[in-house]
Design a protein around this ligand. Structure first.
Ligand code: PHE
Length: 450
């Protein structure tokens, strides 16, 4: 197939990798992964997590890229285009839009927090505070209404602006600029953390598996975390896949993205746990780990204000490249299927997400007693999307591509019309048809029962 001179999507392979890695690397890696690992016993969780990323995550990312690039459409359009007469599959696309919407609603809460913490740490207002005072800053901020809502809205607006600028000038450009900065900042933080005395305990916690700490629920959490972190199971990678050039190798592209994502998660662990242990904090403290525990850690180290600023900048950058991918799923759908203008689509989706997302923000304050199954609105959104919608979406997707779509066409897309050898194709196809769906069913059932 000839190269398209004015591609509708990304202009280069590195652009595609950085943009999609930007979508994958996010709060999931730096905020959610460390506290999940902390609550699920450390090293054993890491090991299971790595297994899921390699065995299921990479093949599923390839699957989404195949669906996206084959169809050249957004997630709803993709199933419409590829399902032939069986229009029922379009529901799976809509399922993806709903999941994107729900994730964006709660994700933008924590993304907004980074803005406030960039200001707080940059202006030195966290410096020198006692641990109780640091915890109070977090509680007062998140339990309020105006400021957290404002931060959320600002973050949503920032994302909306990038999306309005388009795939090449917005998404790809921002990925190319911010991802290298993110890596640089992360490495700087790792060096800082590892040179603290007493950092070995944290490294042991992170890398030494204790399997007695694993339960069915924590295996499900590791699976959910790997999907959440790789942005799999709801159409983000279908959408970005539709922007990948026809001549790029999907195998290689997926592996790079997944390894980048894994590396950032592990490095975030290397930043956080040695520091947490060096200063005697609790690794299992939950979602507030990076907002409450880390500022105390920074307060105890030389040049802490600087490192605290660097850390929250890093978190904000990671969050932004991910919110961009979340909004793009919805906007690509609105532009291609509903024929809205890109600007209108960005504006309307942003406002809608804010209306729902505001409830997630307020569930830390005025709505903290509004609970279902003993969980706040925010927790419910997080649990429903990461532990259920994404694995179920992924399961249905494997059934679609593995069982309802011609094998020859899958191979054709993965081998760029037969121009590549695609040696691992048979292995990929076995995982797609049997191993991934089976693993997903087993884990989903055991997670629900146990
Ligand atoms: N993968 C992103 C993260 O780890 C979150 C995300 C999920 C983004 C799904 C897009 C789609 O932060």
């Amino acid at each position: 197939m000839s190269t398209n001179p004015t591609p509708r999507g990304f202009t280069s392979n590195i652009g595609a990798i950085l943009a999609a890695a930007g979508g994958a690397v996010g709060l999931g890696n730096i905020w959610r992964f460390p506290y999940m690992l902390g609550q699920n016993g450390g090293g054993a969780f890491l090991l299971i997590y790595i297994l899921f990323v390699l065995l299921i995550g990479i093949p599923l990312m390839m699957t989404e890229f195949i669906i996206g690039r084959r169809s050249q459409r957004n997630v709803v359009g993709a199933y419409k285009a590829l399902s032939g007469g069986r229009k029922g599959w379009v529901v799976l696309g809509i399922f993806g839009i709903v999941a994107a919407f729900l994730i964006y609603a709660f994700y933008s809460v924590v993304a907004g927090w980074t803005l406030n913490y960039i200001v707080l740490s940059g202006s030195g207002r966290l410096a020198g505070l006692e641990p109780d005072a640091v915890a109070n800053v977090f509680a007062n901020f998140t339990q309020g209404s105006f400021l957290p809502l404002l931060c959320q809205l600002l973050f949503l607006a920032l994302t909306g602006i990038v999306i309005t600028m388009g795939v090449q000038k917005g998404i790809e450009k921002v990925g190319k600029i911010l991802m290298p900065i993110l890596f640089l900042l992360l490495i700087l933080m790792c060096v800082r953390s590892l040179t603290l005395s007493g950092s070995q305990e944290g490294m042991k916690f992170l890398f030494k598996p204790d399997f007695s700490k694993l339960t069915g629920q924590s295996v499900l959490s590791a699976l959910g975390q790997s999907f959440f972190s790789l942005s799999i199971g709801m159409g983000a990678m279908v959408t970005y896949g539709s922007y990948i050039r026809k001549e790029d190798r999907l195998f290689k592209t997926s592996i790079w993205i997944a390894l980048c994502d894994l590396l950032v998660a592990v490095l975030a662990g290397v930043v956080i746990f040695p520091a947490v242990f060096a200063f005697g904090m609790d690794p299992a403290s939950g979602p507030e780990l990076v907002y409450v525990v880390l500022p105390n850690v920074f307060n105890n180290m030389p040049a802490g204000t600087l490192f605290s600023l660097i850390f929250f900048l890093l978190l904000g950058i990671a969050a932004l490249t991910s919110t961009i991918s979340l909004l793009e799923i919805i906007v690509a759908f609105a532009v291609e299927e509903l024929h809205w203008k890109r600007t209108t689509a960005s504006l309307v989706s942003t406002l809608l997400v804010f209306v729902v997302g505001a409830f997630c923000t307020l569930s830390f304050g005025p709505l903290q007693n509004a609970k279902l199954f003993d969980r706040t609105i925010f927790d419910l959104f997080d649990l429903i999307t990461a532990s259920y919608l994404m694995p179920i979406g992924a399961l249905l997707m494997t059934i679609f591509l593995g069982w309802c779509y011609p094998k020859a066409e899958v191979k054709d897309e993965l081998s760029n019309n037969g121009t590549l050898k695609a040696r691992a194709f048979e292995l990929y196809y076995i995982i797609l048809r049997y191993i991934a769906p089976l693993a997903l069913v087993i884990i989903l059932i055991s997670g629900i029962i146990g």
